[in-house]
Design a protein around this ligand. Structure first.
Ligand code: 5GP
Length: 174
């Protein structure tokens, strides 16, 4: 794939503007609280890095890595934890930070898994949402952009580990 095959869906300036709005809403909602952001590796790394620099309250961060597996990885609904948190979240205000909600299977698994660890509160922020692709009901508490059913790359999102470095969110042209 060459960069000529890329079509910009969301430009870097638009992403930055929206992240500022999300950060303002989160700062307001969690005022006076000690927020723990849990980034889902690897796709959410760039989103989380930009988000925390605009949030105006103290935050801690931790990371989890999960992978879907099974005969059909997109519909199996089986999620495996590859890297778990380094701390207990019992009694904490926790916000899961995800790059994109697609079928909803990954986040509904992750949400239930973390809810079982008795946090004080548990919410989800996703940069992107593809509601047309949902297989299980899942509504993120904060969402950057709803996008159509296209496979996107850039700004942390990959295709075979490529393109995460792109500043814009792009579609690979066929
Ligand atoms: P879900 O379990 O909601 O179907 O999938 C969530 C995961 O699938 C995301 O965290 C992401 O890793 C991957 N994914 C879903 N849609 C896309 C997409 O359009 N582009 C990329 N790069 N990954 C996607």
């Amino acid at each position: 794939m060459t960069e000529e095959n890329l079509e910009i869906m969301l430009a870097a300036e638009d992403i930055e503007r929206r992240i500022c709005e999300l950060a303002d809403a989160i700062s307001e909602d969690y005022k006076g609280k000690q927020l723990l952001l849990i980034g889902v590796l690897k796709g959410a790394v760039i989103f989380l890095s930009d988000l925390i620099r605009h949030i105006k309250i103290p935050v801690e961060i931790d990371f989890m890595a999960v992978s879907s597996y099974g005969a059909d990885t997109t519909s199996s609904g089986v999620v495996r934890i590859q890297k778990d948190l380094e701390q207990s979240i019992t009694g904490k205000d926790v916000l899961i930070v995800e790059d994109i909600v697609d079928t909803g299977l990954t986040l509904s698994y992750l949400y239930d898994n973390l809810a079982n660890r008795s946090p004080q509160t548990l919410k989800v922020v996703t940069l992107l949402d593809k509601p047309d692709r949902r297989k299980v009901e899942f509504n993120p508490d904060y969402c950057g952009f709803e996008i159509p059913d296209r496979f996107v790359i850039g700004y942390g999102l990959d295709f075979n580990e490529n393109y995460r470095y792109l500043p814009d969110i792009c579609v690979l042209k066929q």
